[in-house]
Design a protein around this ligand. Structure first.
Ligand code: FPP
Length: 229
């Protein structure tokens, strides 16, 4: 969800105002996602690297996330949205940790959409922790499989079970990089990039990305469909 800061600066506003406008875009996308057949949506809301931002901006972002969880939980329950958070929790303020647990508990029965917020998240850290955990296994344990390693990554991310691999990754704000987001899970993800700044991202941008995704020939290392038949 890149571009909040630039969107705000272009309008002579504070970066905090850009993040607030970004929350509106989050609401639009969460509402639109199920109609596009999206079952799991992971939003990169705060990376482990974002701690390096000025303390005021960090405070604003974490406050917005807490307010979002508190204000949206009832609506998530009504719409069948299951909310969960991946990433480290030990460095988050206690009020935010409390809001996460309350939102996860209240929405646990949601089946329409699994909305995951990545907070204090680093894909490399999760993979490293999974590898450290695997390295502790006894020499006579069965060889580690990809499925077992995925379970270790999920545990390292703080989720109870692994989710399906990422199909489509969308980055707004004109940058074309992954920034330590779901690196293992995105092994065969289709990548789309839009110049739109995140606060300008609408349901139409989501639809355009899904349309582009559906037009892609996903070969997973195999042959193009026509050549294979
Ligand atoms: C990157 O844009 C965006 C973030 C670091 C924060 C994303 C947060 C939100 C969209 C709001 C809260 C989210 C939820 C789920 C309620 P940037 O600030 O780096 O933008 P820039 O590249 O233009 O400076």
């Amino acid at each position: 969800m890149d571009g909040n800061g630039r969107w705000a600066i272009e309008r002579g506003l504070s970066r905090a105002a850009g993040h607030r406008a970004g929350v509106e875009a989050v609401r639009r996308v969460v509402e639109a996602a199920p109609a596009h057949g999206i079952a799991t949506l992971t939003l990169y809301a705060f990376s482990a690297a974002n701690w390096s931002r000025p303390a005021g901006e960090v405070r604003e972002l974490l406050g917005l996330l807490r307010d979002y969880l508190c204000s949206q939980t009832a609506q998530c329950v009504a719409r069948g949205v299951r909310l969960s958070v991946i990433g480290r929790r030990d460095r988050l303020p206690p009020t935010l940790r409390g809001a996460i647990v309350a939102a996860e508990t209240a929405t646990a029965g949601g089946r329409t959409l699994h909305l995951r917020l990545a907070l204090d998240y680093s894909a490399r850290e999760s993979i490293l922790r999974a590898a450290q955990c695997a390295a502790k296994s006894a020499p006579h344990d069965p060889p580690l499989t990809a499925a077992a390693f995925e379970r270790l990554i999920a545990e390292a991310e703080g989720s109870s079970t692994p989710v399906a691999p990422v199909d489509l990754l969308i980055r707004s704000g004109g940058e074309q990089r992954l920034s330590d987001f779901l690196l293992w899970e995105s092994a065969y993800a289709e990548l789309t990039f839009t110049a739109a700044m995140w606060p300008d991202f609408t349901a139409d941008h989501l639809e355009a990305a899904v349309r582009e995704f559906r037009g892609r020939d996903r070969r997973f290392g195999g042959l193009p469909k026509r050549a294979a038949s």
